[in-house]
Design a protein around this ligand. Sequence first.
Ligand code: GRF
Length: 187
Amino acid sequence: MKTSSKKIAVLASGNGSNLQAIIDHKTEKFEVALVLSNVKTAFALQRASKANIPAFYVSKTDRDKKIFSHLEKHKIDLVVLAGYLKKVGDNILEDFKVINIHPSLLPKHGGPGMFGINVHQAVIESKEKQSGATVHYVTGVYDEGEIIIQEKVDVLDDDTPESLAKRVLEVEHRIFIEGIELALRGS
Ligand code: GRF
């Protein structure tokens, strides 16, 4: 029996390379039905439009209410944070399953301020031998929800935050798909 494709919404604040990896992954299990951004100029919005996916900028006033109504209207099964730099409101967390990707081996190097290059900088400063990427459920506390999937990346002696970020991002693009499928299995 053919199961129907689940609808995911991707929230992104920036470049959207993770969004692109999700769009490019051809599957009957899920489709990107909606893309939202808190940044008007986010390249992620352009990527979505190019792929003919409904994409909206959500301004600051009542942002979480606006996001909620977009999610309801598009009958979203799973909300995916892909480089989304705002906290998601409790109104959304109460009614939707939300997952996030983080570019370290959580619980290490997560929490407020730990985003983008800061994460890789902290990993190198802590002289970690390994870093990686983590897909996890989102709760009201930054980077603290249950881990869905993790993959390790070796930290090389001559790594800079930028070189490490690049290798971790390649892993992100792969494990995000697996994380989405695992999260959808329970929905
Ligand atoms: C990724 O490293 C992700 O883990 C983090 O922000 C970055 C977003 O990259 N949360 P992109 O916008 O998907 O290219």
